[in-house]
Design a protein around this ligand. Sequence first.
Ligand code: FAD
Length: 399
Amino acid sequence: MADPKIHRCDVAIAGGGPVGLTLALALARRGYETVVADAGAPPAKGGNADSRAYFIAYGVWRIFKALGLGEALLVGAEPVLQVEAEGRIGGISFIAEDCAEPVLGYMVEASVLAEVLHAAVAAEKRVTLLSGARIASVELGDPCAVLKLADAEIQAPLVVGCDGMRSMVRQAAGLRFEGHDYDATAISTTVKLSQPHHGAARQIFLPNGPMAVLPLKNDHANLIWTEKAAVAEALVGLDDRGFELELAKRAGDFIPGARLAGARHAFPIGLYVAERFDAQRVALAGDSAHVIHPLGGQGLNLGLKDVAALVDVIATAGRAGLDIGAASALEPYTRWRRADVAATAAAMEGFARVFSSPLPVRLAAGLAMSVAGSVREARKLFAKEAGGDLGELPTLMAQ
Ligand SMILES: Cc1cc2nc3c(=O)[nH]c(=O)nc-3n(C[C@H](O)[C@H](O)[C@H](O)COP(=O)(O)OP(=O)(O)OC[C@H]3O[C@@H](n4cnc5c(N)ncnc54)[C@H](O)[C@@H]3O)c2cc1C
């Protein structure tokens, strides 16, 4: 057998999803060379293999702007001007003006984001992307970590696990992933609305879980319908007309006359956070470090904030002439990010639990949200939190 091709770089990135590719671009802008290994194929032009669309909070959008991707993404993005979350009685609603911003964020289809990131990576000489490159094993030695592929290996002083919730990098580092699965599955699809959405991202809490309708271009919307796992499986198996009828039956008042306009995909839901986001030669970012309930649209936002913070931590260590893969250089990263992630995860857990509780608890929660929502300062806080604009902001997110 031929010797494996050896790639040497400053940072090896496991996983070329939205977090891995954004990290590669951000490190390149700071002068670091990266090699990204991703098991998947590059996105097909105009493909929609993933029906998800992401809410990207305005504070996090600054990362894309700073990387020069804002314009390309804006072509397919829909501004979010208002967020509404309703319980059985009452709920909360806030608008962009509550945080003195023109928008609360943007909805971007997963396929559009993938295309823009892949194009930017192809144009960046400091990034080598190996597609169709499944990582077979991860070795964490000194002075290098090694990602072993079928016919090549990547050597670097630091490996960042951006390889999703089943991260091999996290497992190689022996970091526990603590949490639980919900007995719930989110169905994601695109619908054509019968009425203009006016930039509103809306969510209601049905007895089996939340349903979100998130604005897309041309009065389409991304529907995220959370149901008990067995029910969701049955709903995904229905033909289009059957699915539309079930949707009308369960949520006809909320989303009247909606017609299916895309494929349906099912995503089991869980809540997991890694015990630490760093170890010797390792950092974790995105879903490899944390997975949360999709109800607040915050999972990728957290992952992109990880990217921005990690780039600052690496640059600080690099400037000081330290080994960027040393645990002592990476330790500030966990301190910076884990508390934010844990707080967001706890908030999503709280919403998910409260709104799947017996009716009196749901009523009380709806009322509590209404009371909070009537206070301007509370609305501002909600808006800034949802906008990813609170706490110690890394360089890429600074105004
Ligand atoms: C229904 C739903 C809706 C959501 N909506 C939102 C939203 O509106 N806003 C938001 O912020 N978040 C949202 N999220 C969360 C968001 O989808 C995730 O947080 C995000 O996809 C994580 O990106 P990632 O790059 O970390 O991981 P992933 O997207 O999982 O990418 C991991 C990559 O690693 C690669 N990989 C894995 N193993 C290997 C291996 N052994 N070798 C090589 N490559 C490997 C995979 O091919 C993949 O490309 C939603 C989630 C769900 C389920």
